[in-house]
Each structure stands twice: as structure tokens, then as C-alpha cells.
Design a protein around this ligand. Structure first.
Ligand code: 1HN
Length: 348
């Protein structure tokens, strides 16, 4: 193992010689490959919606959703400049769809989530079924599912996109194709999947899909909010998370999206959370309330519609001024499937 410093000439000559045979000495890089603790490149960062909303709307005058294919302003982490990524393993962006526009149908092996930030009445169609969306709604487009977006309402819609691009990229498993038509035909009426699979019931002869793809792809905010409001009456708050629910695939009880954990949590007014660390870097979208999150030495203040990042393994704690509702997503299901996920509470 090298302690750093100048490399003796004899060793360097050896390294140069073996490099011609595509070899290198492990001992020169061992400690940068095998770290004692995670060293994410992502930094804590917040995008205040008041400060970015005008830019998002301005993009609507510069390019159409059709020309852009997807008109999105990427939320790029300043610690990951040039990569288009929000955390070390996940992508995030703000997508705008104006009244009358469509974003053409395509599919790709990356899974995507939409979390509606502003506007009502635009839709995403997944495998031929439309989901008409409202603020706080969560919609998934699982791996290799056809999807297009349209806005037949009178107001713009803006949503947060989350994709597992670096994860799919790690395995070099990227495939993508455009649909022959801009919009998919309607295979089922809007709301069909939610009725069939999303009310605690399943069709009697239902067989789970061969791939872990949730048959529910629209999780309306009204239902999620009602669940949290009802649960809050028990006053059974977690010291770090308040009340935190995970979106699930009703076939398996596993994550709604195989590669991305998605969560909604309620913090009561005046909540002062305990310190928490987990190996999954998280992207939060604030639905309701104001508060702040201390991440290491930094404090990020947030309010409705803001987006913020807590990097992997960063010690952090949430505080809520008002009753607050936070949506979040991370790569936790991938880490758990591989036996890698860890968490730590307090300073233990
Ligand atoms: C994509 O397909 C969408 O379908 C949004 O709305 C954002 C970012 C990178 C790659 C594909 C969409 C995307 C994306």
C-alpha cells in the first residue's frame, strides 16, 4: 500500500512496463477504491420554486414539447457538474407541458416517476391508459412501458421527473425507441388500473406480472394525504421521519418502481427530528408546509414546491415550522436487493 508521495524510480519503471500489458498496481489505488465510508460527489442543494418557476415557464416560449421531445430543465447537482444528475445515482428535472401540447410517445429501459408540482388536468398515458393529474399526484412509467404526455387543460403543468439513469447506465442496459404515433391509442379508460389494483383488492384470478412492474401507475395525492391525516391521529411519530409511507406495488408489497423507492411523509408542526443517515441519497419535493433540513454543517430552508437533495450517508435532521408533507425518492430498493443499504440514527 502506498502512503502517497513520490514513487521511487524503480517502481515507476515497473508500473510503466506493466501498463503496456494493460496491468496496474492495486496498492497505488487501494484506498481510493475501498473507502471506510461513502464519499458521494453530490452536495446538499435546494431549488426554491419561486426562483426557478419563471425559468421553467420561459422555456415554454423557446421550444415546444414536440420539438424538445421532453421540455425539461435538469436539476443538476453542483457537485456533479456536467453529469446531468441530482444525486450520484439518480436524475431529476422539472418538466413543463403547456395547454394544447403533447410530448410524443416513447419507451426506454430507464424507469421514470412524475411528481406533480403545479397545474391540474394534464395527463400521462402509460401503456395506453391516461392518468389525469393534480398537484401531489405521483405517477410511474416503469421500465420499457410506452408513455406520452398531453395537456388538454387551460393551465400549464409542471412536474418533477425522477429517473434511474445512472443505475441503468452502470449495467449498460439502455434501450429506447419512439412510438410510430405521437400519442398511443387508448387501450383502457382513465382510472381503470387504480380501480382494479389500487383499492386493496385485486381481480380474483390475477397473476403477478413476470417483471416487477406495478399494475397501479397513478397514486393520487388526495388518497395519500387522507391516509397520512388519518394515521396522524394516533400520534405515533417516528423521531427521525415523523410519519413516513412508501409507495408499493400491490402485487408484491415491494416498491412501486423496482429501482426507485418513493415515499411520502408527514411532519407535525414544530417537529424537530433526530439525526439520521442512510446510504441512499434522497431527492425531496415539498408538498405542504415550511421547515428546514440540517445536513452536516448546512441548513436548507424549504417551503411548498421546493426540491432539495440530501446526499448519501449525509447526517441530517428535518424541522417543520408548519405541518409539512414531503415526497421523496431514492435508490434504496436497489441497495436493499443487493444487501448494501445501511441506516444510522443519532450519533451512534
Ligand atoms: C423522459 O423520457 C421523460 O418521458 C422525462 O417524460 C425526462 C429525462 C431523461 C431521459 C428520458 C419523459 C427524461 C426522459
Amino acid at each position: 500500500m502506498s502512503g502517497g508521495g513520490a514513487i521511487p524510480a524503480e517502481r515507476q519503471a515497473f508500473y510503466d512496463r506493466i501498463a503496456t500489458r494493460n496491468m496496474a498496481p492495486l496498492w497505488e489505488v487501494f484506498h481510493s477504491l475501498v473507502r471506510r465510508e461513502p464519499t458521494p460527489a453530490a452536495r446538499p442543494v435546494v431549488w426554491h420554486y419561486d426562483e426557478i418557476r419563471d425559468d421553467i415557464l420561459e422555456s415554454g416560449g423557446l421550444i415546444s414539447a414536440m420539438e424538445a421531445e421532453r421540455r425539461v430543465l435538469v436539476l443538476e447537482n453542483p457537485g456533479l457538474a456536467g453529469t446531468s444528475m441530482a444525486t450520484d445515482t439518480l436524475y431529476a428535472g422539472m418538466q413543463l407541458i403547456l395547454p394544447g401540447e403533447i410530448a410524443p410517445a416513447h419507451r426506454h429501459t430507464q424507469s421514470a416517476l412524475r411528481f406533480v408540482v403545479e397545474g391540474e388536468g394534464a395527463y400521462t398515458a402509460v401503456e395506453g391508459e391516461r392518468a389525469y393529474m393534480a398537484p401531489g399526484d405521483f405517477v410511474i412509467t416503469p421500465t420499457w412501458c410506452w408513455h406520452d404526455h398531453g395537456n388538454e387543460a387551460a393551465e400549464p403543468m409542471i412536474w418533477l421527473d425522477g429517473l434511474d439513469i445512472p443505475i441503468v447506465g452502470l449495467f449498460k442496459t439502455t434501450f429506447a425507441e419512439g412510438h410510430e404515433d405521437d400519442a398511443q391509442g387508448e387501450a383502457r379508460p382513465a382510472g381503470d388500473s387504480l380501480a382494479r389494483y389500487g383499492t386493496g383488492l385485486l381481480p380474483v384470478d390475477h397473476e403477478p406480472a413476470s417483471r416487477p412492474v406495478s399494475p397501479v401507475f397513478h397514486y393520487p395525492y388526495a388518497r395519500t394525504r387522507e391516509a397520512l391525516a388519518q394515521m396522524a391521529r394516533a400520534e405515533d411519530w417516528d423521531a427521525c421521519h415523523g410519519l413516513k409511507l412508501a409507495y408499493v406495488n400491490p402485487e408484491t408489497g415491494g416498491p412501486a418502481i423496482a429501482t426507485m423507492g418513493t415515499y411520502m411523509q408527514l411532519l407535525p408542526a414544530g417537529f424537530v427530528g433526530q439525526d439520521y443517515q442512510a446510504t441512499d441519497g434522497q431527492i425531496f419535493s415539498v408538498v405542504e408546509g415550511r421547515g428546514r433540513t440540517r445536513i452536516g454543517d448546512e441548513v436548507l430552508s424549504w417551503g411548498p414546491r421546493d426540491t432539495f437533495v440530501v446526499p448519501a450517508w449525509a447526517r441530517h435532521a428535518h424541522e417543520a415550522v408548519d405541518e409539512a408533507v414531503l415526497f421523496s425518492f431514492s435508490d434504496r430498493p436497489v441497495q436493499r436487493a443487493l444487501g448494501l443499504w445501511r441506516e444510522r440514527r443519532g450519533n451512534a
